[in-house]
Write a protein that binds this ligand. Structure first.
Ligand SMILES: Nc1nc2c(ncn2[C@@H]2O[C@@H]3COP(=O)(O)O[C@H]4[C@@H](O)[C@H](n5cnc6c(=O)[nH]c(N)nc65)O[C@@H]4COP(=O)(O)O[C@H]3[C@H]2O)c(=O)[nH]1
Length: 948
């Protein structure tokens, strides 16, 4: 008995020891869970249990009380149940252990032999091989937590009351440990939470300080690079990043977005303080490559996190592998829902996360607001400076400006307005715009202007306005409408300039472009214009139109002999007389030179036309008194009629011209209507012209040569080159037929060039072959002689053909020299200086003025063959030839007689002492080869001739 008691007491002591150990392990250790196995093992061993365990209560979703085994110790050889799924989420109720809930929750220990337990508890326990068990509830602060249990599978073990109490104490140690642990955990959690809150508070302080700094910079009106540089710096500091940029989104004209960098920064961390190393440039770089990683933020409008940039698929091809960017956070920023730009930060030590994005949100909103405000500010400043500029322009422009309201009442005018109109601001403001309208300006034109402005927003044009003194003046005005935001017209702005001077100049220019300056008559342009107009008019009314083409006979002679000044006065007087003889409504024009035209309109009976033509002829016939001298001219008139002779102005003029030529041919001082024959002649003329044009290209020209014999020695001293045209269809054509045409058309220039070139080359050959020097005489045309580079042409040809200048004799006519005496004198002197010889051709047919011979460096006078022809029969011709020869000799000029056909003529000329002769009697003009032969055979002709 004593032993039994002693054993019980011992077991109790042992239990107390275990409890002390459990208390130490569970209550005083910071990690009771780590020690629970020791405690369970010691407990199990102490109470002789095969298995000690701890179950924790919990609830399922339906609110059913469940229990799960959490910890276990098993004696060696006993199967552990810790992984037995049946002992997890075990429902007391469903498992038939409802009784346990009642007992345990009331702090009662359940212990005993399994077989004594009510069914189904006993069945289940025994199925698990449990002979006896003891379970003790564990209570924590909030109530029943679970239980600790001791199973015996090998024998049935019963617990004494003392042991039961000891186990209860043990369970309360467990409860205290669990409670303590949960309190500690909660405290820990609270501490963490507190710390988090504190740090959040701290970082929020930092954030709002940063925002405050940015806002104050903005208020201080910092320049954009400083402002956005600081925004970026704050973002880098707050995000603990090392690199970053701040860019705004811009759009190209085609709408493609691109990034304009407002700030770019590189920071390094120094004692936990980040600072900006590089500031952004003022203008900001433009990042056009939107495919870059950060651009995802723009296209999606959402933040982009890349914590492993080198391996991020979005980066491939954008950043090189050695790029310093390791981590990246792209943060788009908005204002009023519009995406404005992006802040990109990189290389944080820690990974970027969503919390940081949330944290930086206020900074980004600030960034959006200040960027928007910055742009607004810029726009406002621009608008202000534009306004200032507009005001300046308004006041300083030399154009008058009138601002009127929508009903055309004047609201404002500028200084230039006063200057132009003479009206001051105060007197015109409030008046209707129409007060400025010139009295004669039709109101209808004003209505047109308003209509145009209303439909197109603008009107531009010419108007007549009125100054304060009543003077009307033309203005060039541009009127534009001003609309408000609702597209309603609120004002009109009229800008105008006084164009009086411009108009006068225009009128003057128009007058000059359409009138002949000498006579004041319409010129060719205006004439053709009026003729077209007359034709149109006649066409509509079935009228006829007559064109009179008037050419003065003998005018050229007067002009050449008496000079241009007299010629001009004569032309003016002729113009006046003609004008006096036609109706005011008919047009008289001067086409140029001595050519006039008249348009006679609105007649039905053609018989009036000869009367008008005759009146004009008669008017011209009467002598003109110029500077006390009486001068006589006459007129030849060609007439064409619409519609019989042509339907258009050009044709009517051409036909009247052709008819005028026929009138001249008929004997001048008469008129001629255009006829079909004249037309045919004109057509032939045209055809010839066309053939002549082709002749140059097709090499149809040939030179004939005619010798000039020196009377004293009988030697051929010179040879005249005479052109021939051999046309395949027309045969041989003499120069008289085509030289005038070539002159008229200008073709004489290339033809003359060819003659000079060919004749000089031939002369060079003959001079090489002959022992005696031989000159080549070449006819010049007026146009050739007047060429600006005439002297250069001669020099070049001489150089090219290697002909000595003294072997070249140039033949000119009197009229060629008289046309422009001063220039001719200059050219002739230059030719003489070069060493060339000059002959005056056809002497006697023109003015035959020997007086001017004195002034000009002429070597030879060639008496025209018309005098030589009748020299032996007509005493007048003989006398003229003799006088000319004597006079020329007295002026130390040589005389050559042309057209010598007979021995008598030759003898006469020999007797009067002419120096040279040319004519069929000596030789007909012949091609070069014939002449070569002639030279070889008889260089001295006179001996043969004189012997004959
Ligand atoms: N009745 C008659 N006539 C004689 C006699 N001897 C010569 N003739 C002709 O008289 C003209 C003399 O030439 P011109 O007075 O300079 O008159 C030349 C000259 O002014 C011009 N001409 C000829 N060749 C040229 C040329 O190459 N250039 C230029 N611009 N005009 C040329 O054409 C005019 C006519 O030339 P051609 O028909 O060759 O006519 C030549 C010649 O064949 C004669 O005994 N009796």
């Amino acid at each position: 008995m004593i032993n039994k008691k002693a054993e019980i007491s011992h077991r109790y002591d042992v239990l107390l020891e275990v409890m002390a150990h459990a208390a130490e392990q569970l209550l005083y250790s910071p990690h009771w869970e780590k020690n629970i196995h020791n405690v369970l093992e010691r407990l199990g061993k102490t109470v002789g249990a095969c298995r000690t365990f701890v179950f924790e209560n919990h609830y399922n979703r339906e609110g059913q009380l469940l229990t799960s085994q959490r910890y276990e110790w098993t004696a060696p050889g006993v199967q552990p149940q810790i992984n037995n799924p049946e002992l997890q989420n075990f429902s007391y109720e469903a498992g038939g252990f409802q009784r346990w809930i009642t007992l345990l929750s009331n702090d009662q220990v359940i212990h005993g032999r399994s077989r004594d337990f009510p069914s189904p508890e006993s069945t289940i326990l025994l199925r698990h091989g449990i002979q006896s068990t003891a379970v003790v509830p564990i209570f924590v602060r909030d109530g029943w937590w679970g239980f600790i249990g001791f199973d015996n599978t090998r024998h049935e073990r019963l617990f004494s009351l003392a042991e039961e109490n000891a186990l209860k104490t043990l369970a309360s140690i467990f409860g205290a440990a669990i409670t303590w642990e949960s309190i500690t955990r909660e405290q820990e959690k609270n501490r963490h939470q507190l710390e988090r809150l504190l740090s959040k508070e701290r970082s929020h302080h930092q954030l709002f300080d940063a925002i405050g700094r940015i806002q104050s910079l903005f208020i201080q009106d910092a320049n954009p690079s400083v402002l956005f540089g600081n925004v970026l710096q704050e973002a880098l500091t707050l995000s603990e990043s090392q690199l970053g940029f701040l860019s705004e989104i811009r759009y190209t004209k085609t709408g493609t977005p691109y990034l304009r960098t407002l700030a770019i920064g590189n920071t390094t961390c120094n004692n936990g303080q980040c600072y900006l190393r590089a500031t952004c440039s003022l203008s900001g770089a433009e990042l056009a490559k939107l495919k870059a990683l950060f651009c995802d933020a723009i296209t999606s409008g959402k933040a982009v996190i890349a914590n492993d940039v080198p391996n991020d698929p979005q980066v491939s091809g954008v950043l090189s592998s050695d790029s310093q960017i390791k981590r990246f956070l792209g943060l788009p920023f908005y204002h009023h829902g519009s995406l404005l730009g992006i802040v990109g930060v990189a290389n944080r030590d820690k990974p970027y996360d969503k919390r940081l994005i949330e944290y930086l949100d206020p900074l980004l909103s600030t960034c959006g607001s200040i960027l928007d405000a910055y742009h607004n500010d810029q726009r406002r400043r621009d608008a202000e400076s534009r306004l200032r500029l507009t005001a300046k322009v308004f006041e300083s422009t030399i154009e008058g400006v009138i601002i009127v309201d929508a009903r055309a009442y004047i609201v404002d005018v500028n200084k230039a307005f006063t200057h132009i109109t003479g009206m001051v601001r105060q007197e015109i403001i409030g008046q209707h715009l129409s007060v400025l309208r010139a009295k004669q300006e039709e109101p209808i034109s004003f209505q047109k202007i308003w209509r145009s402005i209303k439909s197109t927003g603008q009107w531009q044009g010419e108007l007549w306005s009125q100054r304060k003194n009543g003077e009307t003046y033309p203005v060039w005005m541009t009127v534009s409408s001003v609309r408000n935001s609702k597209e309603e017209i609120t004002h009109y702005v009229a800008v105008f300039s006084d164009i009086t001077i411009r108009k006068q100049t225009e009128q003057r220019l128009y007058y000059l472009a359409h009138h002949d300056t000498l006579t004041g008559l319409p010129n060719r342009t205006l004439f053709l214009d009026r003729l077209k107009h007359a034709i149109n008019h006649a066409h509509r009314r079935n009228y006829r139109v007559a064109v009179l083409f008037i050419d003065l006979d003998r005018f050229k002679f007067i002009n050449d002999t008496l000079g241009h000044r007299i010629g001009d006065i004569l032309l003016k007087q002729v113009a006046k007389r003609m004008q006096a003889n036609i109706r005011a409504e008919d047009t008289i024009a001067r086409l140029g030179g001595d050519e006039f035209t008249v348009i006679i309109e609105s007649f039905t009976d053609t018989s009036v036309i000869p009367l008008i033509a005759r009146k004009i002829i008669n008017a011209c016939e009467k002598p003109f008194n110029i500077n006390g001298k009486e001068l006589f001219v006459s007129a030849s008139i060609g007439i064409s009629l619409y519609p019989t002779d042509g339907y258009d102005a050009g044709m009517l003029l051409q036909h009247a011209d052709a008819a005028m030529y026929r009138a001249k041919e008929k004997g001048k001082n008469s008129y001629q209507f255009f006829t079909t024959e004249i037309n045919a002649a004109a057509a032939e003329h045209l055809a010839l012209e066309n053939r002549l044009r082709k002749a140059i290209a097709q090499g149809e020209f040939q030179l004939y040569y005619q010798p000039i014999m020196d009377m004293e020695s009988g030697a051929i001293v010179s040879v005249e080159a005479l052109i021939r045209w051999v046309n395949p269809e027309l045969g041989l054509i003499n120069p008289d037929k085509f030289i005038p045409l070539a002159e008229e058309t200008g073709l004489i220039i290339p033809i003359g060039e060819w003659v000079l070139q060919t004749a000089c080359a031939q002369a060079k050959i003959w001079n090489q072959e002959n022992t005696y020097p031989l000159r080549i005489a070449i006819n010049l045309s007026a146009r050739q002689f007047q060429q600006i580079d005439f002297l250069e042409r001669i020099l070049e040809i001489l150089k090219k053909t290697d002909l000595l200048p003294n072997r070249l004799e140039l033949e000119l006519t009197e009229s060629m020299i008289m046309d422009n005496m001063e220039a001719s004198l200059e050219t002739l002197n230059a030719l003489k200086k070069m060493g060339c010889q000059i002959s005056l051709d056809d002497f006697g047919t023109g003015y035959s003025s020997l007086a001017y011979l004195k002034r000009f460096p002429i070597d030879t006078v060639k008496i025209d063959h018309s005098f030589v022809r009748d020299i032996s029969t007509d005493p007048d011709d003989a006398a003229i030839t003799t006088a000319v020869t004597t006079m020329a000799h007295s002026l130390r000029r040589k005389v050559v007689a042309e057209g010598v056909e007979t021995r008598e003529q030759l003898e006469f000329l020999d007797n009067i002492g002419v120096n040279g002769v040319q004519g069929y009697f000596i030789s007909y003009p012949a091609p070069a080869e014939n002449f070569t032969r002639l030279l070889q055979e008889r260089h001295y002709i006179n001996h043969d001739l004189l012997r004959l």
